[in-house]
Structures are given as structure tokens and as C-alpha cells.
Design a protein around this ligand. Sequence first.
Ligand SMILES: [Zn+2]
Ligand SMILES: [Zn+2]
Length: 290
Amino acid sequence: MTDANRAVPDDAYAALGDETRLEILFELADHYEAAWSAGWLSFSTLCERVDVDDTSRFNYHLQTLQDEFVVKENEQYRPTIAALEVVTAVRSGTYDGETEPCENVIDERCPHCDQQLVARHDRHLLMLACPEHGTTLGYPVPPVAASHQPLEVLVELALRRHAADIESVRRGVCPYCWGPATISFPRESLPELYLRRETVYATVACEACWMSYPVPVPELLARLPAVVSLYDDHDLGPLETQLGPRDLSSVSEVELLESGMATVDIALDGTRLEVVIDGDGKIQQCKRSD
Ligand SMILES: [Zn+2]
Ligand SMILES: [Zn+2]
């Protein structure tokens, strides 16, 4: 993707710089469930709900929102996914309750020094880190989350979502924008603040949006059915593939092959699973020996 593709499109985002237009998006979003039975809103109903007297002014605003944020079909107006995401972002980000940073130690320990890991939620980011060795998980979580759930729940959900994100990327789809996503390895360097594992890293990235981050190659396999059942056979849950003394980075050896592929050799108490992945992160072979 070129820099021109990444520039902010003037007309799309100028459309949002107006209170009435944002109210239109909020009204449409709030009609989401009712639309399944009652259909989307007509011009007059929408105009009435947004409470604008001047219909030509209202028409101008609605025109401005089409087609990026509002689609007109059979004389009804429905929100696009971009519109719903704007509403989600505004509502989760402008929560006006407790947004102070919160921090707590959790049961899991740092693989290098055995200190308890610290979970911290602050300004839209959930981090899990060893104070000495760096961050092992950084996941975008809006302020509203920490206002109604404890940190342990947020950590668990962030890990589950992270694993689901990787599954999406392994299928070539960005979990944030649904654009084309790629996996490439080996990655040469890691950000300064990362907790470094003794393994090979990959880069997971989207060609369309902002998503790009390093992942240990073994972690690419965290939700592979063969890996999940290997862990299950040893009474370990799926989250333990990602965190804890027997996480994938701790129990695997990665070997880079000349073909650009890699072998990930996972060993759990005498059971071995050998997975060959190609340079795009696709599984080429998976062999278990008990
Ligand atoms: Zn440490
Ligand atoms: Zn994306």
C-alpha cells in the first residue's frame, strides 16, 4: 500500500466534523436491533428523531454522510460499518466515570526472573509486564472496560482476543479492518520495551490499517486444534498456550528452513508435536508423536 492510500481522505472525515451528522449516526446505531423487524429509518423519521426542523438543512447533512457512513436503500437509511465503529469509538472512549490508571499483580510469573507480572490498564491500553524485563502483552482496551470489570478479567479477554486475532491473520484477514493481513518471519529486532523470549519472532501486519506487531513464532499456533488438544491432554487450558511456565514459547524449538518455512517442535511431557509453517504462516504439516 502506498502512502497516498494511507492519507486521510478529505471528504470522508470532514463529514464527521459536525454535531448533527454525529447525532444522525447515533440515532441509526440505536435503531440497530429494531431494524431487524421494522426496517431502517425513512428520511422523515430520521429527521424527526434527530430533531432538526429545517428539512433542507437535514438533507444536506444526510447527503454529506452518504455513502461512507450512511447507505440509502428503498427510501431507508442504514449505517455502514464505519458509522457503527464511529459510534462505538465515541461511546467507549468518552465514558466519563472512573478512568484512572489501575494496576495489579497477577498470578503469572516472568519467564526470566520469576517475579509476578503486573497488569496495568491506562489510557486505552492494557499491558502485562515484568517490571524488570518488559511487556509481554499490550492490547488496546478502551477506558469503559476497566470501569466495570477487574483487571484479571481484562487480561483473560485480551489474551483470548489476541489468539483470535492471530487466527484471523493466519487466514489473511486483519481482525481490525478486515483488510489483507500478512505474517512474515524472522523478524530482526524487537521494540525496546518488549519482554524478549528465546525464540524466533514473526511480524503480523495489515496492508490497509495500523496493525503491525511482533509475535513469537510458536504463538502463531496458539489456537491450532492440534495444539489445543495437546494442551488439553496435559490438563492445560488454551490460555496456557499463551501465558505461564508451559506457554508455547517455553516448550517449543523453532528451526528456520532454507525454503523460507519453519519447523516448530513443541514438547510437553514426552508428547511432541511438529508443525511446519510456510513463510506466510500457513500450516504445511502437523505431526504428533506420543
Ligand atoms: Zn522478569
Ligand atoms: Zn487492518
